[in-house]
Ligand binder design. Sequence first.
Ligand SMILES: [Zn+2]
Length: 259
Amino acid sequence: MNVATRQSLGPSLPVGMKTFTRTTARTVAALLASALIAGTPSLRAGDPPIRVLLLSGQNNHDWKTTTPKLKAILTDGGQFAVDVTERPEQCTAETLAQYDLVVSDWNAWGDAKVKEWPPAMREAFLQFVRSGKGYVSIHAGSSSFYDWPEYHQIGGLFWNLDVTSHGPPHEFTVEFTRDHPITRGLEPFKTKDELWIKPGIHPDATVLATGDRQPLAVTTALGQGRGFALLLGHAAEHMDTPGFQTLLRRGARWAATGK
Ligand SMILES: [Zn+2]
């Protein structure tokens, strides 16, 4: 449901209901209920939302459009409560302690202004993951810190200097290579995206999905923590594919909870 529809259901509902058929009224009631759930994660019955810190503010991709899109996909449905930081290098152990999951739409590629995280943040990030929390990276979100082995162990996929390449965005089929809570029951799906050829892949990562035989989704581990890397998502428009959104939500849930 889009925002305009949600808003139009609000104030006009009591008056308009008088002229609705019973079926229409039931439909409106159901739509209103789902709108409340989608817009108010804390009202959802059952598990509390997974608390997500979304890293952004620097990326050689258009983070100003991809970050709001990622936040919307995760927030829709009430499974996740998402905060965004555009200065991850300023985070501390206390910041991370408020979250179950870190999602990266941030990188330090090329002539980026911020090339390193302070030692305290590096250590806080590793402790966060090792303690049993989750890390998810989207597309170029892990292409940073080439001198930091643990970051690549939990990141899993990255742009391998002098080896990785890509052509223009094109249509291809995403296929699944093994049974896993993230991929269980999913059918192969077509998407249009920028496909990386020969991405860097950590030797301990487990490939879950490919496109044109190139790995594009992996799981990782570090200590008690879990990671999920998804190379789809070059631009916001490529995140509209339902398959992308399912993989993002399932990968985020699994990284945070192991389920
Ligand atoms: Zn890209």
